[in-house]
Write a protein that binds this ligand. Structure first.
Ligand code: DP6
Length: 343
């Protein structure tokens, strides 16, 4: 393509502490969710575009054609029906800073990076005069349509997606910035990810969401999540780590309980996932240090704690999980400031 212009966004993954699990048509969540935005686990996406094209889209991952993700990306972009794209040819190239197969929410970072590029392109071509808040809301809206959890990656530090009556501007259609609400002891959250397995998941998140439609615990799950989001909001605002830990672990284990009790039932946890959970709990109890864990739809364990306990947590990892440390299977990430546009 000649006369190429480009837009580049880096957008991070996020880790939910109240989980989005189950959705209605058009990516409307069954319940609200709350997440922390990560820092080092991000996707960088570059869109090169040329005018007077025919709407052609080429997708590359790490400079290589990627058929599977390319089909998903094209389907997503076409589904958005963005009229300004009609005469543009797009050449999209993405890479992740973390292994694609690590089981870290790559769809959240990938879809949010793509949505941010599309929103920038929309601004440019339509000469829209959006302020930063409107820009992010639009990007989050578009990201949600690609992957629900991606709607939360647009914002710094923490985000809520899904309508919560007591939270102004919260919506099922996009995430909101919740960074201003964090208590002083939740300003420097660390997320150390134990990479238990990097093999392909046996059941995807999309299939998991579908199984919630007729799940025997569906209504009680929706009720529980609505209660848990209020509890965790209270805990984070008021520096109540005890309550935070209770809710965070209940959410993680409920998510996997729902998988185990769906029809058909399935298990994504591995033996080491359970061993790591037990040892985190024991470490907390013996040392009276507020560390907790959460789990996404996979076997990896995310260990959450305040930065002030980093030294003790490092010692715990060295004594209990040295083989994970030595093999580079503990990814040390932390809460971050959200996406950045580099070009
Ligand atoms: C377990 O956002 O990956 O990570 O909307 O189908 O793309 P789709 O699902 P996705 O689901 C993520 C579920 C979760 C919990 C969470 O991030 O809230």
């Amino acid at each position: 393509m000649e006369n190429l212009k480009k837009i580049i966004w880096q957008s991070p993954s996020n880790i939910a502490v109240v989980k989005y699990w189950g959705k209605y048509v058009s990516q409307i969540p069954m319940n609200p969710s709350l997440s922390f935005t990560l820092n080092q686990c991000y996707t960088e996406t570059k869109i090169e575009y040329s005018f007077e094209g025919s709407g052609e889209i080429n997708f590359y991952y790490n400079d290589q054609i990627n058929q599977a993700f390319g089909i998903k990306v094209k389907k997503y972009i076409h589904s958005l029906n963005l009229s300004f794209l009609q005469n543009l040819d797009l050449h999209i190239n993405s890479f992740n800073t973390f292994p694609h197969s690590a089981g870290i929410a790559s769809s959240a970072s990938a879809m949010s990076a793509l949505a941010l590029c599309l929103t920038s392109l929309e601004d440019l071509i339509q000469n829209a005069k959006r302020d930063i808040c409107e820009f992010k809301t639009r990007a989050s809206y578009l990201a949600r349509l690609g992957s629900g959890s991606a709607s939360r990656s647009i914002f710094p530090k923490a985000s809520i997606w899904g309508k919560v009556e007591s939270i102004p501007f919260s919506s099922d259609l996009f995430g909101i910035d919740w960074s201003q609400q964090l208590g002083s002891e939740f300003q420097a959250i660390q997320d150390w990810i134990f990479l238990v397995s990097s093999s392909e998941k046996s059941v995807s998140s999309s299939q998991g969401h579908q199984l919630m439609e007729n799940h025997v615990f569906r209504n009680s799950r929706i009720e529980q999540a609505n209660e848990n989001i209020l509890k965790i909001i209270h805990a984070i605002k008021n520096n109540d780590w005890e309550l935070f830990i209770d809710v965070c672990e209940e959410e993680a284990l409920t998510l996997h309980g729902l998988m185990m009790s769906s029809r058909p039932s399935y298990i994504l946890l591995a033996p080491d996932s359970l061993k790591i959970i037990q040892s985190i709990k024991q470490f907390r109890k013996e040392n009276n240090i507020p560390v907790t864990f959460t789990i996404d739809a996979g076997p990896n364990i995310h260990m959450l704690f305040d930065k002030k306990y980093e030294k003790q947590v490092q010692e715990f990892c060295e004594s209990e999980w040295s083989e994970y440390l030595l093999q580079g299977k503990i990814l040390k990430d932390q809460m971050g400031e959200g996406p950045i546009q580099t070009t």
